[in-house]
Design a protein around this ligand. Sequence first.
Ligand code: EPU
Length: 335
Amino acid sequence: MRLNAPLQGLNTLAIEASAKFLIEIKKPSDVVDALELAKCNEWPVIFLGGGSNIVFTEDLDGMAMHCLLKGISAEQQGDDVLVTAQAGESWHGLVQYCLQQGYYGLENLSLIPGTVGAAPIQNIGAYGVELEQLVESVYGWDLNQQAWRTLSAEECQFSYRNSIFKQQLMYRFFITSVTLRLSLNDIPNISYGALQQHFKAAGIQSPTAQQVSEAVIAIRQSKLPDPTKLANVGSFFKNPIISQQQQQQLLSQFPDMVCYPQTDGRVKVAAGWLLEQAGWKGKKMGAVGMHDQQSLVLINYQQGDGKDVLDLAEAIEEDIAQRFSIELEIEPKIF
Ligand code: EPU
């Protein structure tokens, strides 16, 4: 265990903060031991994976548990394969491993930063696939029940960038492994517009999963900044979901607004489009600013702190509410 440990290298927004105690979780029993120690001392606890979806606004006067659990196993079931990955594995590392083994389904989720254990928390999604479509179960330590527990995909209560781990079980369930149901059949999903355009331009009609992975990597690299070069946590806001009635009203004023119909009749709006229209693309405010290729990505350019980040987010939220009567919601966890 380290005392007064710096967290700047453990969050991809590179915010300077520290934890009074930092403990590395290298085997499942470390989870129980660390939590017992925190309970005896009444320390508040947070869980850290790759730090790619958290904004620190203060030092932690308690214990940060850094998950370093490693290992991947697979079990074939007919045409399916159940892949279990330990929570500290890199997400993109898992995607590549599965592709190499001929386990298909994760290709659209290539190059997402962060760890396997963090993936179900925000139900990662990209290029037409959301993690919930592939999750079989999530295993970990339930702090309320003081027991190891397997949660089925249904029990995880997944929805767009949301799950039970961001709600009732926030910091109450330490995920140690995730089991995914993948396929041995190479039938990729290329429903997402940007992927279709990519393959049309390349003259490829039926791409393989490997080609989809390469396309997703190329598209991501063309507009999403590499967090090791420009500190960021990916999309800073969720794409807001509005009623059809509000969509109609807005379309009469903004006919180009980018929208995606949802299965429940409501409509998801591209927040990046709203931000670009409002002039936030590439705009800086002190040490932080919005990316000049993808306006939804907030960048920490010059060692800004949590307050700089939240001030910019607030200015954007107010502006978007005023212009479009739409309330934006911050996507990463604010600590
Ligand atoms: N757009 C603009 N200007 C911008 C950005 C976007 O006009 O600056 C419009 C464009 O019309 C574009 C559309 O918005 O076609 C959608 O943009 P993009 O494909 O980049 O996706 P997004 O909706 O901005 C979401 C996810 C990303 C994910 C991509 C691809 C959220 C909050 N973000 O972004 O996830 O990679 O789709 O599927 O849902 C993340 O969660 O950190 C993340 C990067």
